[in-house]
Design a protein around this ligand. Sequence first.
Ligand code: DDQ
Length: 254
Amino acid sequence: MVPLRRIGLSLCCLLLISFASACAEDSYKVVRTYPHDPNGFVQGLLFSHGQLYESDGLYGQSSLRRDDLTTGRVLQQYNLPSQYFAEGLAAWGNELIQLTWKAHIGFVYDRTTFRLLRTFHYDYEGWGLTQDGKSLIESDGSAYLRFLNPNTFAVERKLQVTDHGRPVTQLNELEYINGKVYANVWMTDKIAIISPQNGHVLEWINLAGLLPDVERRGPNAVLNGIAYNPATHQLFVTGKLWPKIFQIVVVPGK
Ligand code: DDQ
């Protein structure tokens, strides 16, 4: 028979270990602040070929944009018909792929001209989009990521995202950075860093205080938008209707 005290001790250790790991949270340091159009309801942000691209949502205001990072000026813009609420954005070759929230339709554009080349259909909601060089990776507000064939848009794999066994829902804007998937969790100041192999949240970045509440235009003006420039190793974050884009470095938690 195992003595009760031993069981108690082991349980305590387990609790301590899981508590300690659940609490390990990264913070951030702002490297530089750039202006951003405060009317841009950011749903997707990315660097491709040295250019900064953005997808903005809201019905009647959705667009695809190319921004000048330094001045915040919009250099190029395509406005979507008013029945579409644009969502996640990914670059694939010379194309840009943009999701819509509930219309079950995705748009494929020529990256340089923004000419609409084709559309595709999907059965679920469109939230975040990124790619890992092999597949498109899509979120739909649930705890699942879908890996899609970038040519046929067929779902190849579905991966549940969990933090210590608990499903993490509301996964929104996505960015694939150095072998991991970064995901904004909707309505929070947190970004989950996810293993694309097993769906485990490896780390959390807590971006609380990045844009103070007084500078946020209402409850929908949440953190959303992660862009990584692989050429310069710079990481940028912004939010919906945020007047700024922040270049940050992640400060590892203890
Ligand atoms: N989603 O990005 C989480 C998928 C959808 C966000 C929808 C927010 C609706 C806001 C309506 C605000 C009107 C000013």
